[in-house]
Design a protein. Structure first.
Length: 370
């Protein structure tokens, strides 16, 4: 896989059903505006594959990405079958994002122990890729054994032939060891709360993993999800990101196992992040939202008028981002509303203002230029 210099994506987050069904209709608009990929998440509500299939059936060029499929939710063979099927039906447009989720979801929802996430991910990715290459699936690893010994099972081969035997595979990684693993075995990285001005410290383990596999950052897709709130005043816009940030910094795990809190600590916001977590876990959501530092929100989100968003997009691109996935957020803002559509138009305008994307409707002079 060779990643272009810069691409714009849209992240629809978790599809929650009901009145949120219109969120999926943003995908055709994003395709029209020149976005390259649309991503959907899953936790313990809607799965990601069904909405992506719905989107793929109603678009023709925009790629569809899982951000992410949960490793504890599916066997490697199931993920390979799902990826092969969706890639075939979409005409080779799938980007397969994987992640181990967290201990609460893995053990509480899927009944899968969370221990050894690095080793499980390594074996899992290897099996998925071997299945997609239509190799007989055999393994004698620490976490996966195929076929099961002393039984009737046999090493089977994927029966369908997807359009690509190598589907671009991404890992959601936060900690340094996970980042190193992503660099070693993946085609791309799906970060959250990416800080352009501090990107170099995160790229160190990523580069180490790439070097282990004989590669460099050239061709590797760094694809963060970035909250997007356009408006005339960036500080006012930041208020609409506080709930989203507080949920991740404070509520994604217990006091000792929240990987987002640890990420904020490595970014220099440790004291503030722990205060967000303390208030969140005590039931004080307004207090947790208020405790999120304004500087953290400004560094990791796209806030304010189009010119300011264009400046921040330039910072992300200079930091090595090759696919910037914007996610419109805010209270009372299901992704499919008119306000979300306006936000996507603003982001596309900002990217072109920054010179990061070409105009999708060039003038006659531009078309005729040598």
């Amino acid at each position: 896989m060779t990643a272009p210099a810069f691409r714009l994506g849209v992240h629809l987050g978790y599809w929650v059903g009901g009145n949120d069904a219109d969120s999926l209709t943003l995908a055709p608009l994003a395709e029209e505006l020149g976005y390259s990929v649309v991503w959907v998440s899953e936790a313990y509500g809607s799965d990601a594959v069904t909405p992506l299939t719905w989107i793929a059936a109603r678009t023709s060029t925009i790629e569809v990405g899982s951000a992410v499929l949960q490793i504890p939710a599916r066997t490697p063979a199931t993920t390979a079958m799902t990826a092969a099927t969706l890639d075939t039906l979409s005409g080779g447009r799938l980007r397969l994002g994987l992640g181990v989720s967290g201990p609460q979801v893995s053990e509480g929802w899927h009944g899968v122990r969370f221990g050894s996430p690095l080793g499980r991910t390594r074996e899992y990715v290897d099996l998925v890729r071997r299945a997609l290459r239509r190799e007989p699936l055999q393994a004698r690893g620490r976490h996966f054994t195929l076929p099961l010994p002393d039984g009737p099972g046999k090493a089977l081969t994927l029966t369908i032939r997807p359009p690509r035997e190598h589907i671009p595979l991404y890992l959601a990684a936060l900690g340094p060891k996970n980042l190193e693993l992503a660099g070693e075995i993946a085609d791309g990285w799906l970060p959250v709360f990416f800080h352009p001005e501090q990107a170099e410290q995160q790229l160190v383990p990523l580069r180490a993993g790439l070097a282990r596999s004989g590669r460099t950052l050239d061709g590797f897709d760094i694809a963060p999800t970035v909250a997007l709130v356009p408006g005339p005043n960036w500080e006012t816009c930041a208020k609409r990101v506080r709930g989203y940030a507080a949920l991740y910094l404070g509520g994604m795990g217990g006091p000792d196992d929240n990987h987002y809190t640890r990420l904020a600590e490595r970014m220099g916001f440790g004291t503030e992040a722990r205060e967000v977590q303390r208030r969140f876990l005590s039931g004080d959501l307004p207090g947790a939202m208020a405790a999120v530092p304004l500087e953290f929100l400004d560094a990791t989100a796209l806030l304010g008028p189009v010119e300011r968003i264009a400046e921040r997009m330039t910072a992300f691109a200079k930091a090595g981002v090759t696919t910037l996935n914007v996610m419109p957020v805010g209270p009372g803002l299901p992704p499919g509303t008119d306000r979300a559509a306006r936000a996507l138009r603003t982001a596309a305008e900002a990217a072109r203002l920054a010179g990061l994307l070409p105009d999708p409707h060039p003038t006659e002079e531009e078309t005729d230029a040598p």
